[in-house]
Ligand binder design. Structure first.
Ligand SMILES: Nc1nc2c(ncn2[C@@H]2O[C@H](COP(=O)(O)OP(=O)(O)OP(=O)(O)O)[C@@H](O)[C@H]2O)c(=O)[nH]1
Ligand SMILES: [Mg+2]
Length: 307
């Protein structure tokens, strides 16, 4: 339990911090490492995060609210525009700091240029560059040198080098951003790790299981809708619809004799029970919703701002 009662309220500090970067750069991984819980789903697939998610880190002296964002990616679907809008809004919103995650282990392509431009556009918000995946990078100095020669405007910014999967990166990262945390109030209950609802978490956890079992285009073509989430008599009962775009994708998710969807449900129940501490049951429908990724109506209903 976090105790804030003996802290000097005048000295208490807080900040909203946006995590921005191209897809797969490790934003969600870093968030989870700092919070110590799976607030935002992580996968090896680019474009895993679709909506901004907040993770809350509270100590006796400060509260940091991290906003994890979808990777900066110019895709052909309407959902890609909605995802880019989320990242842009997070960078432009009233955040106190932007952490720009740079994956050092891959070449810097068009998406990196797009991200650097998005970050540079936020002139009034301080930026810390988080050079990530140092463990996968043969020469970190060389890779950082290449980054600066491609984006010279970034060379003056403070930076830190981490491996977001390693628990010891937490302190390194927090020390790097510490100078940017000003006096401020508690925004959330000190016990809260996120402001996501159980419904939102369930939707993401179910999508993660789909990403885990299916490959190629299927995960991108999947949308999880939680129809009902009921908490009663010491158990949670969930009704979900997994939308896919084609009958072929539906077949992949159902699997021979329903084995694949059975596995998805089993893993999902285990993860939800671990999170909530109570048994979870799930009823799952798989529905073909052609071209939902380009349907503004569908995306709006799904809570995504399409503009
Ligand atoms: N070895 C290593 N793997 C990492 C590191 N950071 C992230 N990863 C892995 O990189 C992959 C992508 O990580 P995510 O955290 O999902 O990346 P993201 O930036 O949130 O990606 P999107 O949500 O698609 O924008 C996952 O397989 C992570 O385990 C790192 O520092 N070292
Ligand atoms: Mg992510």
């Amino acid at each position: 339990m976090t105790d804030t009662s003996d802290s000097d309220s005048a000295a208490f500090r807080s900040a909203f911090i946006a995590l921005i970067g191209r897809p797969n750069s490790g934003k969600s991984t870093l968030l989870n490492t700092v919070i110590g819980s799976e607030i935002s789903i992580v996968s090896a697939m680019p474009q895993t995060t679709r909506c901004n998610a907040r993770g809350i880190y509270t100590t006796t002296t400060m509260q940091l609210v991290f906003v994890d964002t979808p990777g900066v990616h110019i895709g052909k679907h309407t959902i890609n525009k909605a995802m880019l809008h989320q990242a842009r809004t997070a960078a432009e919103d009233a955040v106190d700091l932007i952490c720009y995650l740079v994956d050092l282990s891959r070449d810097f392509g068009d998406e990196e240029a797009e991200t650097a431009a998005l970050v540079s556009a936020s002139r009034t918000v301080p930026v810390v560059i988080v050079f990530n995946k140092t463990d996968l990078t043969r020469s970190v100095d060389l890779a950082i040198g290449k980054f600066y020669s491609r984006f010279p405007q970034m060379e003056q910014l403070p930076s830190v080098r981490i491996n977001a999967t390693a628990p010891e990166s937490k302190e390194l990262f927090l020390s790097a951003i510490d100078p940017f945390i000003s006096p401020g109030p508690l925004f959330f209950d000190p016990e809260d790790l996120t402001d996501s609802t159980l419904r939102q978490i369930a939707s993401e956890y179910l999508r993660k299981q789909v990403i885990t079992v299916a490959d190629r285009e299927v995960p991108h073509a999947v949308f999880v809708e939680i129809e009902d989430y009921r908490e009663e008599a010491g158990r949670h009962s969930i009704i979900a619809t997994i939308h896919v775009e084609t009958r072929g994708q539906r077949g992949i998710l159902v699997g021979k004799n329903g084995t694949v969807i059975a596995r998805i449900k089993k893993e999902f129940r285990t993860e939800m029970t671990r999170l909530t501490g109570v048994p979870t049951s799930i009823t799952c429908h798989i529905k073909v919703s052609p071209r939902w990724r380009d349907s503004e109506t569908f995306l709006r209903r799904a809570g995504m701002n399409v503009s």
